[in-house]
Ligand binder design. Structure first.
Ligand SMILES: NC(=O)c1ccc[n+]([C@@H]2O[C@H](COP(=O)([O-])OP(=O)(O)OC[C@H]3O[C@@H](n4cnc5c(N)ncnc54)[C@H](O)[C@@H]3O)[C@@H](O)[C@H]2O)c1
Length: 342
């Protein structure tokens, strides 16, 4: 049995806990969340991170604390010899991300990144179809969240780019491989007053242009009254493929007023329930594997984690400047670090 502890028991900590319960090789050993009382936790409480890391039986930690703590928490867990499954984002800068992956590699510890969309069977099927679509010419991705997160979460989320778009950029990287776009241009607006007051946006439209002509458009919203809306379309010289939304059931019901479909999945815990399990199963299988090379330590290579981070920064910079950002001009050092990684 692997003993895994959870750091942070909010939305993400809870869906990871529920997934871990479904993995027979795992015992959830302890949970550390300074804002939750012992009696509200399903397993023993670690008072603080130091106490959790001093528990010699703990093999691995799921880091599901607020984004602003990830770097410190990942570093502390790795230094204590624990494998880490980290919610995104791993760090707030190229240096922080590289340092976490280097530390994991030096200590021969796993560092998994919680990019669960990579495990979605629909998106994996879409990826497998790309070679049959000829030259990819346009990719459209739609990512509309539901419901709007609470203000305390939004304040520590990094911003809509670090919190939401990082998943969309990661999906582009997963589909296309780590190709670096030539330029990125963002329009963004805050319809929500509270979001405007914290200097963030709730609605964004990002376009990316690649050297060989490919154009991508990603639209994102913090709210969507009709449910969790996540779709991807790839248009190529030889055809087109779309990954559609998942609905609460697949029944089409028709009458004189038209044809009706069940609502979309309510929110991400429902939409990605299976993916949250699959990513942790991958983590556990990797921990238990006997013959592995250093690449098996990570589910997402450091170069790809770095690229999604650079795209997040560039998308934000574009909206601040109100103009397109040329990647190679703006981030030469960061892209150099990326090409030297792995
Ligand atoms: N991959 C995904 O789909 C997904 C979805 C939601 C959240 N997340 C990520 O998970 C992380 C947590 O988000 P959330 O939605 O669960 O937030 P949340 O606010 O619901 O939960 C965060 C929890 O961490 C606790 N906490 C605060 N400081 C702590 C500390 N120092 N040590 C341990 N726990 C601490 C809080 O008390 C809270 O219970 C974020 O980084 C977010 O990006 C990922």
């Amino acid at each position: 049995m692997l003993k895994i502890s959870i750091l942070g028991f909010g939305r993400a900590g809870k869906f990871h806990y529920n997934s871990l319960l479904r993995i027979p090789e795992v015992e959830v050993y302890s949970i550390c969340d300074p804002h939750i009382k012992e009696e509200e936790l399903p397993v023993q409480r670690a008072q603080n991170l130091e106490e959790l890391l001093a528990q010699p039986k703990v093999d691995a930690v799921v880091v599901a604390s607020p984004t602003k703590w990830h770097y410190e928490h990942i570093q502390a867990c790795l230094k204590a010899g624990k494998h880490v499954f980290a919610e995104k984002p791993v760090g707030k800068s190229v240096e922080q991300i590289v340092s976490c992956f280097e530390l994991a590699q030096q200590r021969n510890l796993h560092l998994f990144t919680g990019f669960q969309r990579r495990y979605d069977p629909n998106f994996l099927h879409l990826k497998s179809l790309i070679p049959s679509l000829g030259d990819p010419r346009i990719i459209k991705s739609c990512s509309r969240d539901n419901p709007k997160p609470e203000l305390p979460f939004l304040k520590t989320s990094g911003n809509i780019f670090h919190d939401m778009l990082v998943h969309d950029f990661d999906m582009l990287i997963h589909l296309l491989g780590p190709q670096i776009p030539q330029s990125i241009y963002t329009s963004a607006h805050a319809y929500d007053k509270q979001i405007a007051e914290i200097d963030d946006f709730d609605t964004t439209l990002v376009t990316l242009k690649y050297d060989h002509g490919l154009m991508c458009a990603i639209d994102t919203s913090r709210t969507s009254v009709y449910g969790y809306d996540q779709r991807i379309e790839i248009f190529g010289s030889e055809g087109m493929a779309q990954a559609e939304n998942l609905r609460q059931n697949s029944v089409h019901w028709s009458n004189a007023q038209g044809t009706h479909l069940a609502p979309l999945a309510y929110s991400f815990p429902q939409r990605y329930q299976d993916c949250y399990l699959l990513e942790l199963q991958h983590f556990v299988v990797s921990l238990l594997a006997e013959n592995k090379n250093h690449k098996d330590l990570f589910n997402v290579p450091v170069s790809e984690v770095l690229l999604s981070h650079i795209l997040v920064e560039a998308a934000h910079l574009s909206v601040v400047r109100g103009q397109p950002v040329e990647l190679s001009h703006e981030y030469p050092q960061e892209l150099n670090t990326l090409s030297n990684s792995n």
